[in-house]
Design a protein around this ligand. Structure first.
Ligand SMILES: *[C@@H]1O[C@H](CO)[C@@H](O)[C@H](O)[C@H]1NC(C)=O
Ligand SMILES: *[C@@H]1O[C@H](CO)[C@@H](O)[C@H](O)[C@H]1NC(C)=O
Ligand SMILES: *[C@@H]1O[C@H](CO)[C@@H](O)[C@H](O)[C@H]1NC(C)=O
Ligand SMILES: *[C@@H]1O[C@H](CO)[C@@H](O)[C@H](O)[C@H]1NC(C)=O
Ligand SMILES: *[C@@H]1O[C@H](CO)[C@@H](O)[C@H](O)[C@H]1NC(C)=O
Ligand SMILES: *[C@@H]1O[C@H](CO)[C@@H](O)[C@H](O)[C@H]1NC(C)=O
Ligand SMILES: *[C@@H]1O[C@H](CO)[C@@H](O)[C@H](O)[C@H]1NC(C)=O
Ligand SMILES: *[C@@H]1O[C@H](CO)[C@@H](O)[C@H](O)[C@H]1NC(C)=O
Ligand SMILES: *[C@@H]1O[C@H](CO)[C@@H](O)[C@H](O)[C@H]1NC(C)=O
Length: 867
């Protein structure tokens, strides 16, 4: 009897506890897509619920965006908006005393008859002013971003709901407010206090502060998607924010130390930062004497008149004793920490720690930046064993000011951007049929990147990368969505049933599906006169769809098993990649055992036919440079802009296409590989690519890295300069391979002799020097010695500038000198291991050779002698 009572009480209390857990709603995320009445899923499969339930005012309209910018990560939540012409409030239930991320998503498109540039509004949440006189359209223009995401964390409050109020500006005629998506995500309280930089013992209370996330970087590592972080944070690569010529080296913990790379949180909560932040780092380098002479520096643009919380994440997995690696930390030229010793803080190797610093950014100089610099401690006594520094992760938060304000001014477009816009507008007026605003935006974006090399270093950091990475809003990364890790490849069986698709449902959803009848109509039943090219995959036809749209249609060879795989790869990749310098996939057709891919039509064909194949008028040197820069930008995007590194694997002049405006677009992703989380099953065991462009190291070490693309691109650069094929078997033996011959000539100082006669003498010697040096570096024997695509891009832009200032009047630009030693790939995790080496089919081989004697070239490549 008594025993039973006890059991009953236990039983009841169990339910009570369970009940409490449920009521407390620890996991009560609210994820809203605004302006729609139905639940919807985004590209990552996250569910967004309609906002109607939380919306308290009655005067609002829902609207559909009139245009889907190709760089939008997902239709949900951006394509619908709720629009307010008067003050309106969302009432969101929260748990008292809890912290939340609150994220606001804005896509400034035309909604019905409303022009986004009329939208000026304030947003207040729980009494904190988040945005004031905010113009999403101005912000997006200044940052060259299609959409804006703002992330905040409000101080824990006692109320059990928060009001988020939107108020259209009263000053601006016809102003309105809009919102596309709202997220409210509970998080543990991970803030306490921070040391004020420049003051002794002056802690700043962060616990009761409201914060806006400005930057969140996985230093020395890769992009981490929100879905891969327990607290749904997005972490970005730090490269765009590096300041100065030297970027240190990337390091990574030892993978064979276990699935956690040997990292031991040792009691620190895991929610502070994910493992992936701690197992990669950026250090200064292996040469202590060199390290003593420079600061490893990052620079961030911020709003003036605010205090910022700078959180630095450290984990030293290389040293195990104190006083081995000791360094000083400077924030805005002030010592934030002297004698930082990660092992000293953490007590052991591989244990993460983080440090919080606060810094006030005044408006005195108009210099609204936070500069973080690391320098080895040279004054320490006894001196440290290594003169080196390390950083694994970084977060910068803006703290609310005493008036409860977090809002800064709308960012101003840089002068360079304004100039570029003016040029683009002039160009747009000159070019016929160039009226749509979307292409305008794209030209502007491209011009902004192109103009970047003409500014100072800081401006380059900001503008070259700006289109892809955000400067202000932490999350407006336009490519953050490439969900390669979740590819649901089917088993690639050769089904004759036209209902079974080889594509993941996701890829099918992203691109248009054409019927075979439509394709046949577009190509007059695959008429031979419509053929514009032949590739490994099959024939390429031109065609017209929807009566007016010119397209290129790739038809697979129905017999080719390889075709199925490449078809999959290409649709899966291309349907998610959108970039001005990548050929866009419009759709596909998969029916009756036919597989076709439908692309934008590239009116001017391949780069090769404009240099030496075909009867086209000669391109000027400047045009050639601009095309190379465009292609480099496309490849740079593949390497760094997407969620994972994408290696093209078949960079060559026939895969660089030109549209009617001479914009270069990289094509042919049939061979592309992604890293690092690639499922083993997708890694081909066949070395692919085209002879003449193949990286010798790839052959020797059977490891594919993005540096293989750099090698191939180096060949392309020489091809553009010399106007001859990568391989020409009709030439004397030592001249057959352009890569070898051009390097030989460069070393001997006789490169001039092999330059295309059409442009010889019209190249500024400085420009030629820079160009040849860049191409030469790309062809370095070892991958680690080759520059990154970002460096190649920078150097080409610099070369273009040298060509344009033929009188040599611009000496103000700082040249990056040591770019090429910047990054050591030794520990880089993007490497893919190709398990076995064999050669492609004969068909591919001949394709690479085109008009040559394959046997001879083949033996030359397999035994690359005299290199
Ligand atoms: C709002 O912003 C616009 C442009 O950024 C500016 O012209 C206007 O003066 C601002 N209004 C207020 C009240 O700050
Ligand atoms: C939130 O808004 C509702 C209605 O708009 C209002 O009644 C309430 O007082 C507001 N509460 C707070 C805490 O601002
Ligand atoms: C990684 O750990 C393994 C096993 O502990 C060891 O053999 C290897 O040398 C280590 N690699 C590096 C780069 O330290
Ligand atoms: C910062 O504050 C000063 C003095 O209050 C003011 O003059 C200045 O305009 C402010 N700057 C910004 C960017 O708000
Ligand atoms: C830091 O010092 C450098 C050079 O001494 C100077 O150019 C820069 O403006 C300073 N930055 C700040 C935030 O004071
Ligand atoms: C590193 O930065 C600090 C603080 O800005 C500066 O005092 C120092 O001179 C810098 N050192 C080098 C080598 O640039
Ligand atoms: C793929 O094939 C494997 C082994 O044949 C099988 O276990 C798996 O279920 C298949 N997957 C699909 C999606 O058909
Ligand atoms: C290559 O394949 C062969 C046979 O399939 C196998 O024995 C060998 O171990 C493989 N080599 C590598 C490096 O994986
Ligand atoms: C190709 O080269 C090989 C070796 O030099 C030679 O034996 C063969 O006859 C050549 N073939 C042609 C078609 O030129």
């Amino acid at each position: 009897m008594r025993k039973n009572t006890v059991t009953l009480i236990l039983f009841l209390s169990f339910f009570l506890v369970l009940d409490l857990l449920l009521v407390s709603g620890v996991d009560s995320k609210i994820v809203l897509t605004c302006g729609t009445g139905e639940k919807r899923k985004d590209v990552d499969g996250r569910e967004w619920e309609p906002d109607t339930k939380y919306f308290t005012s009655s005067s609002s309209t829902s609207s559909q965006a009139s245009f889907q910018d190709p760089s939008l990560p997902s239709e949900v939540p951006y394509m619908t908006a709720r629009i307010f012409t008067t003050e309106a409030t969302y009432k969101l239930p929260v748990k008292a005393d809890n912290r939340y991320w609150i994220r606001l998503h804005f896509y400034p498109a035309t909604y019905g008859s409303l022009d986004p540039s009329d939208a000026y509004f304030d947003v207040v949440a729980a009494g904190i002013s988040l945005l004031k006189n905010f113009s999403a359209s101005e912000t997006s223009r200044a940052l060259t971003q299609a959409y804006i995401v703002k992330e905040y964390s409000l101080a824990p409050a006692t109320a059990d709901f928060i009001n988020v109020t939107f108020t259209p500006s009263k000053e601006h005629q016809g102003s309105f407010a809009f919102i596309n998506g709202i997220e409210l995500i509970p998080i543990p309280d991970m803030f306490s206090s921070a040391q004020m930089v420049g003051f002794k013992d002056m802690p700043v209370d962060v616990k009761t502060s409201s914060l806006q996330t400005m930057y969140r970087l996985n230093v020395g590592g890769q992009y981490i998607a929100a879905m891969d972080d327990t607290e749904l944070r997005t972490w970005y690569d730090d490269t765009p924010y590096l300041y100065g010529a030297v970027g240190g080296v990337l390091t990574m913990a030892n993978k064979s130390d276990g699935p956690d790379y040997g990292i031991d949180y040792n009691g620190m909560p895991q929610y502070i930062a994910p493992l992936a932040v701690y197992y990669t780092a950026r250090a200064m380098g292996y040469d202590g004497d060199l390290n003593k002479n420079y600061n490893l520096t990052w620079q961030f643009q911020v709003d003036a008149n605010f205090t910022y919380l700078v959180r630095l994440h450290f984990c030293d997995y290389q040293d195990d004793k104190v006083n081995q690696r000791v360094f000083d930390i400077y924030i805005n030229n002030q010592t934030a920490q002297a004698g930082a010793d990660v092992i000293g803080w953490a007590t052991r190797k591989s244990v993460p720690v983080y440090k919080d610093y606060a810094i006030y950014v005044a408006d005195t100089t108009g210099d609204d930046h936070i500069t973080l610099a690391l320098h080895p401690s040279v004054t320490a006594d006894p001196p440290p064993e290594f003169y080196d520094a390390i950083l694994n992760g970084l977060e910068i938060f803006k703290m609310n000011d005493p008036t409860g304000n977090l809002a800064g001014p709308n960012p101003q477009p840089s002068e360079m951007l304004l100039k570029a816009e003016a040029e683009a507008a002039a160009k747009a007026n000159a070019a016929k049929g160039f009226s749509s605003t979307s292409s305008n935006i794209h030209v502007i974006g491209g011009a902004a990147g192109g103009a970047a090399a003409f500014g100072a270093m800081a401006a380059i950091c900001i503008t070259v990368y700006m289109r892809k990475k955000r400067i202000h809003g932490v999350d407006s990364h336009t490519t953050s969505w490439l969900p390669i890790s979740k590819f649901s490849h089917t088993n690639g069986s050769k089904s004759h049933n036209s209902v079974t698709s080889h594509l993941s449902s996701e890829a099918q959803g992203l691109s248009r599906r054409f019927s075979l009848a439509e394709i046949k109509q577009a190509t007059k039943g695959f008429d031979e006169s419509y053929v514009i090219g032949v590739g490994g995959f099959g024939k390429v036809y031109k065609g017209v769809i929807d009566k007016t749209t010119k397209v290129a249609i790739k038809r697979s060879n129905p017999q080719s098993e390889q075709g199925v795989h490449e078809f999959q790869t290409e649709v899966e990749m291309l349907s998610k990649l959108r970039h001005k310098h990548l050929v866009s996939l419009i759709g596909y057709c998969e029916e009756d055992n036919e597989m076709c891919l439908v692309y934008d039509y590239m009116a001017r064909g391949t780069l090769r036919e404009h240099i030496y194949k075909g009867n086209n008028p000669q391109l000027s040197w400047k045009q050639r440079l601009e095309i190379c820069i465009g292609a480099a930008r496309g490849l740079h995007y593949l390497h760094t802009g997407a969620r994972y590194t994408i290696i093209h694997r078949d960079v060559k002049t026939t895969n660089i296409l030109l549209d009617e405006n001479w914009v270069a677009k990289v094509s042919d992703f049939g061979l592309s590989k992604t890293g690092p989380n690639m499922d083993k099953g997708h890694v081909s065991t066949v070395v692919k690519g085209s002879f003449g462009y193949l990286d010798p190291e790839y052959f020797r070490r059977q490891q594919l890295t993005e540096k293989s693309d750099i090698y191939s691109f180096g060949v392309v650069l020489f091809e553009v300069l010399c106007a001859r094929p990568a391989l020409n078997p009709n030439l004397p033996k030592e001249q057959v391979s352009l890569a070898d011959w051009a390097q030989h000539c460069t070393r001997k100082g006789i490169l001039e002799d092999i330059i295309d006669p059409h442009i010889k003498g019209k190249i500024n010697p400085e420009c030629l020097k820079k160009f040849a040096e860049t191409a030469q570096k790309c062809l370095s024997e070892a991958g680690v010695d080759r520059p990154s695509m970002g460096d190649v891009l920078w150097n080409l832009e610099f070369a273009l500038q040298l060509q344009e200032n033929v009188d040599g009047s611009s000496h103000s630009t700082r040249e990056r000198t040591s770019d090429f030693d910047e990054i050591s790939l030794k520990d880089n995790n993007v490497r893919l291991h190709i398990s076995n080496l064999s050669l492609g089919s004969e068909h591919e081989m001949n394709q690479g050779l085109e008009d040559g004697n394959s046997t001879e070239i083949f033996s030359q490549i397999v035994n690359p002698k005299g290199r």
